[in-house]
Design a binder for this molecule. Structure first.
Ligand SMILES: Cc1cc2nc3c(=O)[nH]c(=O)nc-3n(C[C@H](O)[C@H](O)[C@H](O)COP(=O)(O)OP(=O)(O)OC[C@H]3O[C@@H](n4cnc5c(N)ncnc54)[C@H](O)[C@@H]3O)c2cc1C
Length: 414
């Protein structure tokens, strides 16, 4: 039997977490072997433009690459795209690849990200129902829109009032597409920021031409009546009997961590379904760390386990793991940061995330175009969000990081 090939560092997954770990190692002068294995067809790229600039056609997909495609070869990183890691043996420190190759590693980063949650209702197999995770999904959506009448002809229904639904609705409506958002909650982004701010977001979407229906439940996707389009979606049926015409549907109903590999390898999972890690992002298996959307870590900031699906968190965690391998033993203590853009109508930045709060303090006015909001529990700042550049996110980050009780009534006045 021949010995498996060997790498000092194995990065599993082709998202920003794995790519930034590779870059951090090489920038620090690490000269051991590094392999990055991903089942994606492309080198690691940023996903956020898929619901924003790339979807609107104002940015090419290539511009979303985390690192230029040639960077990996130039820095002696063994990038293998179109390759799934099929199994992971933590005791032997080996993986089996789809190519049947076996690879031994010294230390591994599991950064397999998340997968979209599917909506399983009648008609979910009809053509024209889209999910958005990769940039290729964004491209497929635009092509399908062209096939049903283009920006001025196609009617798009978005399922879900969270980020993906709101961002896609804003992106497409800004091009002139007739968009309708359907959601269980009353207001868009309500689950993240509460109903009051949700109403402000709804107004921005409606001002941009988006129709918003809250408090509704999708029962089925109905086929188009046209004889030549039997297999294609034509409407969304709601519980209660109402139907909403749709030439194309985009479902943004959440994501779930892709822990298939980690689970089969026997790694501990946490309550959120992610791979359970300590405060240094080490999994339950020696030699394996996790980062990004799959990582449920002991947060020193939040005083317990948390898993966050934000791009900047994946980036910072990839950097953090690489730095540990280089000898920095500190706990991961960054305050999670998130951004979102609804076309060029609304730019959101937030820190926290606030999982519980009993008071929202608005800085500025909800009657205007820009404001910020503090999410406070008792005397503690749990989260903060800036809309259209208002407020001071650095100050809020510092207060959340410190975790000390504050004079809540002085937050805005000072
Ligand atoms: C459309 C869209 C818009 C977004 N917008 C924002 C935003 O505005 N702001 C924000 O903060 N965040 C946003 N996000 C979330 C952000 O993109 C994610 O948090 C981030 O991509 C997570 O990075 P990751 O490296 O953990 O995982 P991922 O980017 O999911 O990468 C994981 C990779 O691992 C690969 N993989 C999985 N299993 C295997 C295996 N067994 N073998 C080989 N490869 C495997 C996957 O194919 C994938 O390429 C958005 C996400 C999407 C989809």
């Amino acid at each position: 039997m021949t010995a498996p090939h060997r790498t000092d560092i194995l990065l599993i997954g082709g998202g920003v977490a794995a790519a930034t770990a590779a870059r951090t190692l090489r920038e620090a002068g690490f000269d051991g072997s590094v392999a990055l294995i991903t089942r994606e067809l492309d080198a690691p790229y940023h996903r956020p433009p898929g619901s924003k600039e790339v979807l609107r056609g104002v940015q090419a997909a290539d511009a979303a690459l985390v690192l230029p495609a040639e960077w990996y070869a130039e820095h002696d990183v063994d990038l293998r795209t179109r390759t799934s890691v099929m199994s992971l043996d933590p005791a032997a420190r080996t993986v089996k690849l789809q190519t049947k190759d076996e690879l031994a590693y010294d230390r591994a980063l599991l950064a397999t990200g998340a997968m979209v949650r599917r909506l399983n209702v009648d008609g979910s197999g009809l053509r024209g129902i889209h999910y958005l995770r990769s940039l290729r999904n964004a491209d497929a959506l635009r092509k399908d829109l062209d096939a049903v009448g283009g920006v001025s002809g196609g009617r798009v229904v978005l399922i879900g009032g969270s980020y993906i639904g709101c961002e896609v609705a804003a992106s497409l409506a800004s091009l002139g597409v007739a968009c309708t958002v359907l959601m269980q909650e009353s207001e868009p982004l309500e689950r993240t920021f509460g109903a009051e701010i949700g109403r402000w977001v709804r107004q921005r979407l409606e001002d941009g031409g988006v129709t918003v229906h809250g408090g509704v439940e999708v029962e089925a996707f109905l086929p188009a009546a046209r004889a030549d389009a039997e297999e294609r979606v034509g409407a969304v049926g709601l519980v209660g009997g109402e139907t909403i015409a749709a030439d194309l549907v985009v479902c943004g109903v959440g994501a779930q961590p892709d822990v298939m590999l980690g689970k089969r390898a026997g790694l501990d999972l946490g309550e959120s379904g992610g791979v359970r890690c300590d405060d240094r992002l080490r999994t339950s298996a020696a030699g394996i760390w996790a980062a990004g959307d799959i990582c449920e870590y002991d947060s020193v900031v939040h005083g317990g386990p948390i898993r966050v699906e934000h791009e900047e968190v994946a980036i910072q965690q990839g950097i953090h793991v690489a730095r540990q391998w280089l000898g920095d033993e500190r706990a991961y203590d960054a305050v999670p940061y998130f951004f979102s853009d609804l076309a060029d109508w609304v730019a959101i930045e937030s820190v926290g995330p606030a999982r519980r709060w009993d008071r929202t303090i608005v800085e500025g006015s909800l009657d205007g175009d820009a404001f910020a909001a503090w999410f406070v529990e008792g005397r503690h700042v749990r989260g903060y969000a800036s809309f259209n550049g208002a407020g001071d996110i650095d100050r809020a980050t510092a207060l959340i990081q410190a975790g000390e009780p504050v004079d809540v009534d002085a937050l805005v006045a000072s």
